[in-house]
Design a protein around this ligand. Structure first.
Ligand SMILES: Nc1ncnc2c1ncn2[C@@H]1O[C@H](COP(=O)(O)OP(=O)(O)O)[C@@H](O)[C@H]1O
Ligand SMILES: [Mg+2]
Length: 487
């Protein structure tokens, strides 16, 4: 396939580059070859059989005369009957016989033989090839086969006579010529019919592909609704159409998610900005005391912090998705990392009346991880657990490892997550109870960030929850290499 230099991706359309043309050419060539070999082999069989029957006929005649000359050399009447009468009486199977003595003087011949063929030529043709049939042309242009044989006369033989036989094979030649004309006509027909039929078959076979191409051409980000109806398609193309439809389903779903996501961003950015604006406007309506201005500024600062926090999270997610993001892996003692996260959240847990503990295997779990990112992921999980656990509850941070992966677990005895919400908690901006999360300052990005950190580490996050009993989030991180290898 040749490619258009200007667009780079669009193949240049040439008729000989089409699938229809290639299929048609393939059909036609194989059709022509098949017909050619079939007809040619029939022709060969025909020629061989005709030749053989002519040769048998000649051998038979020679045999009869040979026997007669050996057994009854003096029965001239019988010889005459055989040579002069029998051959003359035949209408369709014409043959001519001549009997010569050993010096070449003619003894007997089919009447009119000399009119039909040049006897001189007959002698010349057969001289070098005794007992072998040879082709010769008669005086009126008819095709002949001739043979000449010396046969012993009498028993015991006294001398040798020469038998010359010519058989007219023009009917056989005519049959072959007719066959050749047929052969030509059939080849010509094949040449016309095969491309036409082949093209029709190819077009019909390719039609589903063209329909798929048309559907694909109609697809755009605003129109992902279109699907291919594979009814009546051959199995292979039906499965391709099905794959294509499934791809469209996924595309439609992710486009929907993206547009919902940008709507959510706009909404979440607008709220703090509106708050700042509202408070500033109200404050400016009349003169305020210094304390009142301070209050307004503090409140504005709070909103600005919220805003920059949100933007920071969005930027983080965007960067985590970029293929250029590289991890800074260093050997991390996971137990020690969990301890530092616990310390960080200790105060707020105590304030909420929650016990926050770590449960790490006695053997230190050490792995090559991007420490700040893992710390952030675990921090998000602990923040969630603390936020959704009522006073008196427990939050436990645990870690264990095997040869292939390490697992970090954050479990709580909190309110849990309803089963129907569970599959969506990792979605961006998804919050189970919007009003409650809003008060706790959640943006619905915490678990999305956890998931993208896991993605960067080639791991995954798993969540299980029982409403009313608690939630457990497990981070599975494959071990990328021994800490010693990290530099
Ligand atoms: N440990 C947990 N217990 C109960 N609900 C949870 C827990 N962790 C997450 N959730 C639910 O999942 C939602 C999404 O979590 P997250 O992405 O961290 O967003 P948020 O900013 O709301 O914390 C939360 O709004 C909350 O409803
Ligand atoms: Mg959260």
């Amino acid at each position: 396939m040749s490619w258009n230099a200007t667009s780079g991706l669009t193949p240049v359309r040439t008729w000989w580059g089409t699938l229809a043309f290639r299929l048609t050419a393939g059909y036609t060539i194989s059709g022509l070859l098949t017909v050619f070999f079939a007809t040619a082999s029939l022709y060969l069989v025909l020629i061989t059989n005709l030749d053989r029957s002519t040769n048998l006929f000649l051998a038979d005649k020679v045999n009869v005369l040979q026997t007669m000359l050996r057994e009854r050399p003096n029965d001239v009447d019988a010889l005459r009957e055989e040579i002069e009468l029998e051959s003359a009486a035949r209408r369709y199977e014409r043959f001519y016989i001549r009997l010569l003595d050993d010096r070449g003087n003619p003894l007997m011949a089919t009447p009119g033989m000399a009119d039909q063929l040049d006897l001189q030529q007959l002698v010349a043709k057969t001289q070098d090839r005794p007992n072998r049939a040879t082709a010769m042309t008669g005086k009126n242009g008819r095709a002949l086969r001739v043979i000449s044989t010396a046969v012993p006369v009498g028993s015991p033989p006294t001398h040798k006579d020469i038998i010359q036989i010519a058989v007219d094979v023009s009917q056989e030649q005519e049959l072959l010529a007719r066959y050749q004309r047929w052969f030509g006509a059939i080849m010509l027909g094949t040449f016309v019919i095969f491309p036409l039929a082949g093209y029709q078959i190819a077009r019909r076979g390719i039609r589903p592909v063209e329909e798929m191409a048309t559907t694909a051409r109609h697809i755009s980000s605003t129109n992902l609704r279109e699907r291919i109806l594979p009814a009546g398609y051959p199995v292979e193309l039906a499965s391709l159409a099905d794959t294509f439809n499934k791809m469209l389903d996924r595309l439609e779903e992710s486009f929907e998610r993206v547009s919902r996501f940008s709507g959510d961003i706009a909404h979440d950015l607008r709220t703090p900005v509106n708050n700042i604006r509202g408070e500033a406007e109200v404050a400016l309506v009349r003169a305020r005391t210094v304390d009142e201005y301070r209050d307004v500024l503090e409140s504005c600062l709070e909103e600005a912090v919220r805003l920059s926090d949100l933007i920071g999270k969005l930027l983080f997610l965007a960067r985590a998705e970029s293929p250029l993001t590289h991890l800074q892996r260093v050997p991390v003692d996971v137990g020690e990392l969990l301890g530092s996260v616990r310390e960080y959240y200790e105060a707020s847990a105590v304030e909420s009346g929650i016990s926050l503990t770590t449960a790490v295997a006695i053997e230190p779990v050490i792995a090559a991880l991007d420490r700040p990112l893992i710390q952030r992921a675990v921090g998000n999980l602990v923040a969630n657990a603390v936020a959704h656990t009522p006073p008196g509850g427990t939050v436990v941070l645990g870690a264990n490892a095997d040869v292939a992966a390490i697992r970090i677990e954050v479990s709580d005895t909190g309110v849990g997550i309803p089963a129907e919400a569970l599959p969506r908690v990792f979605d961006r901006f998804y919050r189970v109870d919007t009003s409650r999360s809003q008060t706790s300052g959640g943006t619905g990005l915490g678990l999305a960030i956890v998931q993208s950190i896991m993605g960067l580490h080639g791991g995954r996050a798993e969540i299980t929850s029982q409403p009313g009993e608690g939630t457990r989030v497990t981070l599975h991180i494959p071990i990328a290499g021994t800490p010693g290898e990290i530099n």
